[in-house]
Design a protein around this ligand. Structure first.
Ligand code: B3K
Ligand code: ZN
Length: 875
């Protein structure tokens, strides 16, 4: 397959002014008429018109009214070229496609009888021939025609300008989008749907019509999405002065969707998972996910749509920035400072559990990649989550106001344009009169930097010298790295647990200050420090780095009890736990007796019983690092040892903190009507964490509690937590509960997904059991949510069974990747990544993994998507 390089970018040869699309929608045979007005791009030396088309049949092609003969254009693979075209051109293109055969869910497809589109990144070319690249922005008019009874609702981007009846029971709707947009933001929906709608007053007094469209029977699950949309609109007005620019904003939910949601202009299309919720079927985490994703897609309207990407290498320009915006939105919606911290801790956890491993593996790439084979493989945690950290660092360096100034300048300069990550960085620098040249390395260098800190206390001078040094491991194609510009937020915690006021160069710097590490090594000197402090470094996780500091247990316990920065307070607990988990993992492998010290248990007891801390924070503090996080810290990974070590700590906590856990369980009940507010969510989280630990202990009381909770709970959060506890503890009641759960929720697809997921990730579910589950009538590989719930969860969230010594888990993986690739390459390539870190496993496992990878790579007929992932893994 062909590798595409960022350095090879050239401007488009022709620009498109207007696009008129006509659709005659038919599942088997849809006719698309496309009328384009184009003109030569003065910025390009290229004279040929270049259009892309994929899996569509060209029926007719006319240029300035004249049909083009076979010799007047060339069609090689997916590229249609028209040489010698005049300066100004009107192209008329007629094509055919078969939406019902489109299992890749890219382009125009059918989901449960409804027409849906997904065009990002390169799906528009599966609808019509077009210069399908984000730097070609045009005005669209869309005419939809379809059978009225089967498809009563006809939607596209922008405003509805006309509708009416046609002969033979068909009807039409005409939509006009007043804004310039790239083709990847085009969307249409032709469907049998119903909507919840509302008029909403915007800051400038205009009224906008907001709609959430779902299948009949789901109108009882749209409230939260609608509320989240209204909150998002308000928040963007208030925090960034950005207003909704359309009279109408629509969200459509579909059950068949490759990812979470899509920000098409004025017509966001969502996976049902991020729209549908009520207390009966959705958990707290689902509610939070809806708020975040509704916000994310809405915020794209400015960061992504009004200002878009020049090319797909710049993807993080819109994604990193928009994730940062949705994170800030979620934080502001919680409001309280510990609430925000808990939110931040979740972000750190995601980064460590998913992005750090990616950055250390065969698919490592910079936030702005230099090359790719298949762009869909680069919608990654690096581009999204690390990209968001990079944006967050501007705010940390420039302050909130400085960041806002940078945003204002960015829009002032680039509204209506397709730009690069560098343009964003320049806006931040210029608006604040700062030099951010070195900061560019966050975009160009892959890998997680390691910051090593050392502290020296000078008793005579009452001064602290903090020496920070940085390095970054090699990544594919980047053997050497240059120093990054790293904001390191620091505080000094005194013996009394209070922050010591910071003084550098005779300047008072408050109790937390941001040090800027730009060299390979730098020393910062703090004066007026009366006693030797414990340093609290990287407060609020001020940069996406690994921090190394030789903390003693005593230091960590001190920070765990006193650090005024809640993120570092949590971090101290994680360090205490990680140290023990690593040692215990070695003990399991060596066959030594397992022991957990009182110091650790006492620290956990203290946090569990500290009423001054909110329940949400206590839950985070008591949550152990995940098995994948532990694996990342070991040289040779033995998944079973890690699992057993972690289970040992879990059951020890369950046994030794039994009374306190029971008390926390009782104290954090949330009687009365369910509400997904932060405080109640925190209480349920702590209560259910306690339940999990109690169920992992050796007596039966926890199990009995879980059974009771399962039977009595009136909301999905508590139901699912209880069921999970029963299943994971292999309780005798688990089977009955699973059956009851299925019977009750058989008709709720998203709950059936949970049912599969819970079993797939349970260490009692082996390969044979997964194969059995795949025969269940409710299972299908064609639906991405369902495939993820069972197959992905087994391969990615059940390390004990996936990594069984005989390699049967890997053989299963190979089989499923190949089967899925034939249906849906994008989704298959995601599953392919389960093998990313294969070189880190014990040699016997490695051999089996390599064989499975080779088996997939040996397939002649393989998508570029999967080919890129497996060949990079083997390289
Ligand atoms: N921009 C879309 C992602 C499209 C993925 C294409 N494979 C969703 C989002 O990030 O908001
Ligand atoms: Zn996005």
């Amino acid at each position: 397959p062909l590798t595409i390089y960022r350095k090879d970018y050239t401007a488009p040869s022709y620009l498109v002014d207007t696009v008129e699309l006509g659709f005659d929608l038919d599942p088997a045979r849809t006719i698309v008429a496309n009328r384009l007005t184009m003109r030569r791009n003065p910025a390009s030396a290229q004279r040929e018109i270049e259009l892309y088309g994929e899996d569509i049949e060209l029926v007719a092609l006319r240029l300035n009214g004249k049909a083009l003969g076979k010799r007047e254009y060339r069609l090689d693979g997916n590229l249609l070229r028209i040489p010698n075209a005049p300066e100004e051109v009107t192209l008329e293109i007629e094509t055919l496609c078969a939406p019902e055969k489109n299992t890749a869910l890219s382009g125009l497809y059918v989901s449960n009888g409804n027409f849906i589109t997904q065009c990002e990144a390169e799906g528009f070319r599966r609808i019509t021939f077009f210069p399908d690249r984000p730097d070609v922005m045009a005005k669209y008019t869309v005419m939809l025609r379809a059978d009225k009874e089967r498809y009563p609702v006809l939607l596209s981007n922008g405003n509805l300008v006309d509708e009416g009846m046609l002969p033979d029971g068909r009807h039409y709707a005409k939509w006009e989008d007043p804004f310039l947009k790239p083709s990847y933001l085009f969307a249409l929906v032709a469907a049998k749907l119903v909507c919840q709608e509302e008029k909403f007053k915007l800051a400038d007094g205009r009224e906008a019509l907001l709609q959430v469209w779902v299948e009949e029977g789901n109108l009882d699950k749209t409230d939260y999405a609608m509320q989240s949309l209204k909150k998002s609109i308000r928040w963007d007005e208030e925090r960034f002065g950005l207003e909704l620019d359309l009279d109408r904003f629509m969200i459509v939910a579909t059950g068949d969707f490759n990812m979470g949601a899509m920000e098409n202009k004025g017509l966001n299309i969502f996976n049902t998972k991020y729209v549908l919720a009520n207390p009966r079927v959705a958990t707290d985490i689902d509610f939070q996910g809806i708020e975040a994703v509704v916000g994310h897609e809405y915020f794209h309207n400015w960061t992504g749509n009004r200002v878009t990407c020049r090319d797909w290498f710049q993807l993080s320009l819109k994604e990193g920035l928009t994730v940062f915006r949705d994170q800030e939105f979620s934080g502001d919606m919680i409001g309280t400072s510990t609430g925000r911290a808990v939110n931040r801790i979740d972000q750190v956890r995601t980064l460590r559990a998913a992005q750090f491993p990616e950055d250390a593996g065969p698919m490592a790439h910079p936030v702005r990649p230099d090359s790719f084979v298949e762009i869909n493989n680069f919608y990654t945690v690096t581009v999204y989550e690390k990209g968001a950290e990079v944006v967050r660092m501007y705010q940390t360096l420039l302050g909130r106001e400085g960041f806002r100034k940078g945003m204002d300048l960015y829009f002032e300069r680039h509204d209506g344009q397709a730009v690069e990550c560098d343009d964003f960085r320049r806006a931040m620098a210029d608006a604040n009169d700062r030099n951010l040249d070195q900061f560019e390395r966050w975009y160009s260098q892959a890998g997680t930097p390691v910051v090593r800190a050392q502290m020296r206390y000078d008793e005579q001078q009452h001064a602290v010298e903090l020496t920070l040094s940085q390095s970054c491991p090699a990544t594919p194609g980047q053997p050497e790295k240059l120093p990054f510009h790293i904001p390191v937020a620091v505080g000094l915690v005194g013996r009394d647990g209070r922050d010591i006021p910071l003084v550098i160069d005779d300047q008072e710097r408050g109790t937390t200050t941001v040090l800027e590490l730009t060299g390979a090594e730098q020393t910062f000197r703090f004066t007026s420090v009366p006693q030797q402090p414990v340093p609290s470094i990287l407060r609020d996780f001020s940069a996406p780095v690994v921090l190394e500091y030789d903390y003693s247990d005593e230091d960590l316990l001190h920070l765990f009890s006193h650090d005024s920065d809640p993120v570092n307070r949590w971090e101290a607990g994680q360090r205490l736990a990680m140290e023990r988990l690593l040692r215990l993992t070695e003990d399991v492998t060596a066959g030594s007796r397992l022991q957990l010290d009182d110091t650790f248990i006492e620290a956990m007891r203290k946090v569990l019983t500290d009423e001054s801390l909110g329940p949400a924070f206590r839950e985070q503090a008591l949550l152990l690092p995940t098995e994948s996080m532990i694996a990342e810290q070991t040289d040779v990974v033995h998944p079973l040892s890690i699992h057993m070590a972690r289970q040992f700590v879990r059951s020890s906590i369950g046994n030794r903190l039994r009374a306190e856990l029971l008390a926390a369980y009782d104290a954090n009940q949330t009687p009365g009507q369910y509400s997904p507010d932060a405080e109640s969510i925190g209480k349920r989280a702590l209560k259910n964490l306690a339940l999990g630990y109690l169920a992992a202990a050796s007596d039966d009381e926890g199990i009995a509690l879980a059974e009771r909770q399962f039977d009595e709970a009136d909301n999905m959060t508590d139901r699912a937590a209880a069921l999970g506890a029963l299943v994971h503890a292999r309780a005798p009641a688990a089977q009955r509960a699973l059956q009851g759960f299925y019977d009750e929720f058989e008709k709720e697809a998203l709950v059936v997904d949970k049912w599969f997921a819970m079993q797939a990730s349970s260490p009692s579910t082996d390969v044979a059991a997964v194969r059995e589950l795949m025969k269940h009538p409710a299972f299908t590989m064609k639906n991405p949510n369902r495939a993820r719930s069972l197959v992905f969860n087994f391969c990615m969230a059940n390390p004990v069974q996936f990594h069984v010594p005989d390699g049967s888990g890997y053989a299963f993986w190979a089989e499923q990747v190949m089967a899925l690739d034939a249906l849906n390459p994008q989704v298959a390539a995601r599953l392919a990544r389960a093998m990313d870190r294969w070189r880190r496993y014990a040699p016997a496992l490695q051999a089996h993994m390599k064989q499975a990878l080779k088996q997939v790579n040996g397939l002649k007929k393989l998508s570029n998507d999967v080919r890129e992932v497996v060949s990079k893994a083997l390289a």
